[in-house]
Design a protein around this ligand. Structure first.
Ligand SMILES: NC(=O)c1ccc[n+]([C@@H]2O[C@H](COP(=O)([O-])OP(=O)(O)OC[C@H]3O[C@@H](n4cnc5c(N)ncnc54)[C@H](O)[C@@H]3O)[C@@H](O)[C@H]2O)c1
Ligand SMILES: O=C(O)C[C@H](O)C(=O)O
Ligand SMILES: [Mg+2]
Length: 604
């Protein structure tokens, strides 16, 4: 449960250590002189003290005055704020890309300063380095490309991956985010340009989970693209061929997984933005052999379930009433089905043998309308949620969303369709007749233009008593008379960093359903009743680092309970097992990286 006193203590620690004078531990560097200035892991720009300049052969390579970390920080923020001022009134996309560029330049030059400004200004910067701007960056990647980041494994590298993996300069990698670019947010197949997503996700790992940026690895598996526009674009940087399929495809992913596992057996691999068929297939294939999870299926499910439980509390009902909630899920893809599967597990836990009941209350809609048993070529993953046609309020195969909402009067309408605006005025107005006194509307598709509806339209058409969540950020809505319609960001960023962190510090063999459930429950219980009453279902992004400690500890303890924890560095499984809850939280916090300039020590 959320502990306000601990939060106060941890934010105090954070502010006192903001520019603390305590001397951090040394950092070994194997280079000297200009090579250090050109390495963003070690570079301090004008911040190198004179003694260090002498030791590392930097004297004369920098202007003489030493500028402190605080001054560098202030100078960057000043430039950022003046860019904001100077671009006021320009088109949204232009401003967003200008902001991304200034942050990206700092990322390329000085990672310590970059991650410090990111952590301290996460509310302002997350929408720039992550969703929604990251979508625009991926769409324009070939034009924006200046320097490579991460690794690229292509279909042409078949047979070479085992040696290629050793080209990565870091000795140790803890966290890998991998995509094949086939379903980037709601933007479709962006081929190699999808690399922006692993980069953005790993930035959140550093900012929220304190994963050391020298131990992260964004990876693009380029197996071609079916995006005709990209195939014809002469500046496109990926393989100009159609996507590999079947055996050819899976053998590339197998080879990559083997290579990673050989070099870094304890690295965690997060699958991100794979098209549905491969998302499910790879999850089944690897989840028992490697420490891996699929964020779109499993991370999203945990965040959505926490929101669904919050929606029950917001109605003033006991949590056990979750089993009676009528939920319409729009989108039968990896995310929508992931949510339904986890919701069914939750109902089964709450109501004993509640699985059948849950399926009765859950309605699944895809691009062809309501999914029923009459559906031709019914996807086996969707089959458990297909309705008997006509059995419920006479609803037929392919019934439209508005028809379903009017007849079912759901407590919750949840969109993971990738289609902007499918929650039309008529659909939202139909939610006014919901059987819930406080209906919940989740427009979870990304980026902003793909959201099923805007926050403003949701409150305008569905009424002021709704609770609202969206995958991409929206401003709170002014409802007049001093009332505010609260907007929750229902995004998997609230869970994946803690899932990765907990699994890493446990040294987990694999990531089990129990660990994912612990993560979701931790997020759900983080919010106080007082906040829930105001329609707040998720914490503010300001507290994401604090939340992630809690989620990480919950995941770690679940791994220990299931005997999946093999230990991390010099902390063995027995020690993990003997840690109290408080000690686990302390252990997690202690192992989180925080950006400060460490004294650099040269070693040949
Ligand atoms: N907020 C989050 O944390 C989060 C997490 C994961 C995915 N998402 C978003 O969810 C969306 C879908 O992701 P996915 O991986 O499930 O994609 P997917 O391609 O696997 O599935 C999309 C589904 O939407 C259905 N669909 C398409 N048009 C529709 C329409 N007009 N009406 C109803 N259904 C329609 C398709 O039939 C398909 O079942 C994306 O926009 C993604 O950005 C958000
Ligand atoms: O990337 C995000 O913002 C969430 C999610 O993983 C998505 O694919 O939309
Ligand atoms: Mg994703």
């Amino acid at each position: 449960m959320w502990n306000a006193a601990r939060f106060a203590a941890s934010s105090l620690t954070r502010s006192t250590r903001r520019f603390s004078t305590a001397i951090p531990g040394p950092c070994i560097v194997h280079k000297r002189g200009a090579d250090i200035l050109h390495d963003p892991w070690f570079n301090k720009d004008t911040g190198f003290p004179l003694t260090e300049r002498d030791r590392l052969g930097l004297r004369g390579l920098l202007p003489p005055r030493v500028i402190s970390f605080e001054q560098q920080y202030a100078r960057f923020m000043e430039s950022y704020r003046s860019l904001e001022k100077n671009t006021k009134g320009q088109p949204e996309g232009v401003v967003a890309l200008a902001k991304w560029r200034i942050l990206n330049r700092l990322h390329d030059r000085n990672e310590t300063l970059y991650y410090r400004v990111l952590i301290d200004n996460i509310q302002d910067f997350a929408p720039v380095i992550y969703t929604p701007t990251v979508g625009l960056v991926c769409q324009n990647y070939s034009g924006l490309f200046r320097r490579p980041r991460g690794m690229y494994f292509s279909a042409k590298d078949k047979g070479e991956m085992m040696s290629m993996i050793y080209n990565w300069p870091a000795h140790q990698v803890d966290m890998i985010v991998l995509t094949d670019g086939s379903r980037i947010l709601g933007l479709g197949d962006l081929g190699v340009q999808g690399i922006g997503i692993p980069i953005g996700k790993l930035d959140m790992y550093v900012a929220a989970a304190g994963i050391n940026p020298q131990r992260i690895l964004p990876v693009m598996l380029d197996v071609g693209t079916n995006n005709q526009k990209l195939l014809e674009d002469r500046l496109y940087l990926g393989l100009r061929q159609r996507r590999l399929e079947g055996e050819e495809y899976i053998s590339i992913v197998d080879e990559f997984m083997e290579a990673v596992h050989t070099r870094w057996p304890k690295a965690i691999v997060q699958f991100e933005d794979f098209q549905m068929k491969w998302a499910f297939e790879t999850l089944q294939r690897y989840r028992k052999r490697f420490c891996t999870f699929n964020d779109d299926i499993q991370g999203t499910a945990g965040v959505a379930l926490a929101g669904l439980l919050g929606a029950v509390r917001a109605q003033g009902r006991p949590l056990a009433d979750f089993v009676k909630q009528k939920i319409v899920v729009v989108g039968a893809g990896s995310a929508g089905l992931g949510v339904l599967n986890m919701a069914v597990q939750a109902v089964a836990r709450m109501a004993g043998n509640g699985e059948a009941a849950a399926k009765y209350h859950f309605f699944l809609i895809d691009k062809d309308g309501l999914v029923t048993k009459e559906r031709k070529n019914l996807d086996p993953m969707a089959a458990p949620f297909a309705k008997e046609p006509g059995a419920i309020d006479g609803l037929r195969e392919g019934a439209s969303l508005v028809e379903v909402v009017k007849k079912v009067k759901p407590h919750v309408l949840l969109g993971l369709s990738g289609v902007g605006g499918v929650f039309s005025q008529e659909v939202l107005q139909a939610m006014r007749e919901s059987d819930s006194a406080k209906p919940a509307i989740f427009a979870m598709s990304n980026p902003t233009m793909n959201a099923e509806c805007t926050a403003e339209d949701a409150f305008k058409h569905a009424g002021e008593n709704i609770v609202f969540g969206s995958g991409s950020p929206f401003e709170n809505v002014d409802l007049g008379n001093g009332k505010v319609g609260h907007v929750n960001q229902a995004n998997n960023m609230y869970l994946f960093p803690g899932i990765g962190l907990g699994a890493l510090l446990a040294g987990a063999r694999l990531i089990s359903d129990g660990m994912l459930q612990a993560a979701s429950e931790c997020l759900a219980s983080y919010i106080t009743d007082e906040d829930i009453r105001k329609g707040i279902l998720y914490p503010s992004i300001h507290s994401i680092r604090h939340l992630t400690v809690e989620v990480g500890a919950a995941v770690l303890r679940a791994a220990v309970a299931e005997e999946l924890a093999e230990g991390h560095c010099d902390v063995g499984p027995k020690e993990l097992m003997n840690m109290s809850k408080e000690e686990t939280l302390e252990y997690v916090t202690r192992n989180m990286w925080f950006p400060v300039y460490s004294p650099l020590v040269h070693e040949k």
